[in-house]
Design a protein around this ligand. Structure first.
Ligand code: FCB
Length: 466
């Protein structure tokens, strides 16, 4: 097999505002639902992790320099809505715009293409308090305005845009399970929050295109293949339902212009009005795919919507092994192959950018006795990334229109409900000193970007020098 990636394949790394920036009350930023969530009693640890995170708001230039030194083709970051509009509407906050404008300039100076995401879960608190956030249709128009403001400010330099990150996760963890911000546990909220985010995406696509000529716009959707836990008819049906509510619920509306029948067939339905599905399925330039692992579904009639227990991709107190990451997620490369095949078949082979792939491990900084140099020997991450990229390379061979891949994440960062404890970075962050140390995986990725050739698994476990 040809292991070469073309020169125009985009090798990048991703991050998001709340997970790296810290500086939650600097320069006029308003609070977000995540500020409120980590401020609840009993969450002191999360609160202090988020308050500084990677201190990126102060250290952005260092992080851009690292991205440049690694030779990244592109960097995906998110714009914090409450830095741009502190209470979610009205006049933009100049200081917020300036921050992202400087970031974009610095990336371009280093030859790194900026891929901003407009919403990566940090909704301005005022919108949540006022109308229930994305549960309310009104938030769609607010998001359209905000997207227009950012596109107007950055669109002369930014060509690649991502509207929303993982509408499914934001709706499900934030509004059904309550394990993420805004911490709502209400089955009535789930489908409205999905639908209004998808509609907000559609609105943003138009707003960006009318403000920024030549913009390429996509959305980042997660896809977790769901397999039956046992070889039974009941579990097969449970897997199909779960697949519809986790994956089909966003891919079908965006790419096919309709919700899966399993999603519209229940008592609770998405609040679709005339014209909504057309707006949601406005043709986009690429679909962003976030892939981590798979789920296994077991029939369980009392669980809302999916009537299934899912057991795979949840953090568990299980030991980390070669096949199970620090998040408790199974290492399952075939899942990505399965998804890319479905995108080629059922979804008409749209241009795809893998906007997130990566894995968390308990990395430690070690100092090399001979050289005195600090490093992180994260051979498991190197193997994981190589496995994923091998699948992508084969999918391209099989006809997938795969344009790029972004590792989650450039640096270790605030992993939502897990705080700073779970490390996904190519670059290690010491949260005590904020020192950055490029891990072996970062050096390996950098060498890959330079050569465009995926090395064989036997040729070193990521010990190459950048
Ligand atoms: C995704 C999120 C991202 C990060 C990874 C591990 O669901 O988009 O912010 O937390 O998971």
């Amino acid at each position: 097999m040809d292991d070469r990636f073309s020169e125009d394949f985009i090798f990048g790394a991703s991050s998001s505002a709340f997970q790296i920036e810290g500086a939650l009350d600097r320069d006029g930023r308003g609070p977000s639902v995540w500020d409120d969530f980590v401020s609840r009693p009993g969450r002191e640890r999360l609160r202090s992790d988020a308050a500084t995170a990677c201190d990126h708001y102060a250290r952005w230039a260092d992080d851009v320099a690292i991205a440049g030194e690694l030779g990244l083709d592109a960097y995906r970051f998110s714009v914090s809505w409450p830095r741009i509009q502190p209470d979610g509407s009205g006049e933009p906050n100049r200081a917020g715009i300036d921050f992202y404008s400087r970031l974009v300039d610095a990336l371009l100076e280093r030859g790194v293409r900026p891929f901003p995401t407009l919403f990566h879960w940090d909704l301005p608190s005022a919108l949540q308090r006022g109308s229930g956030g994305f549960r309310a249709r009104d938030t769609v128009a607010r998001f359209g305005d905000y997207a227009g403001i950012v596109a107007r400010a950055l669109g002369d330099r930014v060509k690649d845009w991502i509207t929303i990150n993982e509408p499914f996760e934001y709706a499900c963890f934030g509004h059904l399970f309550g394990t993420h911000a805004p911490g709502v546990k209400n089955p009535l909220a789930y489908l409205p929050v999905v639908h209004h985010q998808l509609l907000a995406h559609g609105r943003a696509v138009s707003a960006i295109r009318s403000e920024a000529a030549g913009a390429r716009v996509g959305i980042a959707l997660s896809w977790t293949p769901v397999h039956p836990a046992r070889d039974t008819e009941a579990d097969a049906r449970a897997a199909a339902r779960t697949n519809a509510f986790m994956n089909g619920v966003s891919f079908d509306p965006i790419l096919l212009g309709r919700y899966p029948d399993l999603v519209t067939g229940g008592l609770l339905k998405p609040p679709v009005r005339d014209g909504d599905m057309e707006a949601i399925s406005t043709p986009i330039d690429f679909v962003g795919l976030n892939y981590y692992s798979r789920e296994r579904a077991r029939n369980a009639p009392l669980v809302p919507f999916i009537r299934a227990d899912v057991t795979g991709k949840e953090p568990r107190e299980l030991p980390e092994t070669d096949d199970r990451t620090a998040m408790g997620w199974e290492v399952y490369h075939d899942g990505l192959a399965e998804i890319l095949a479905e995108l080629r078949g059922r979804y008409g082979n749209p241009p795809v950018v893998v906007t997130e792939f990566g894995s968390a491990w308990s990395d430690e900084v070690e100092t090399d006795a001979a050289t005195g140099r600090a490093g992180v020997r994260d051979a498991r991450r190197v193997r994981y990334l190589r496995g994923q990229l091998a699948v992508m390379r084969s999918a391209i061979g099989a006809g997938s229109d795969l344009r790029g891949a972004f590792v989650w994440s450039l640096t270790d960062n605030f992993e939502w409900a897990e705080g700073n404890a779970k490390r996904f970075g190519l670059v290690h962050v010491d949260y005590g000193t904020q020192a950055r140390t490029v891990k072996d995986s970062g050096r390996w990725y950098s060498a890959l970007i330079a050569s465009r050739v995926l090395d064989a698994p036997s040729s070193g476990q990521g010990s190459e020098e950048a």
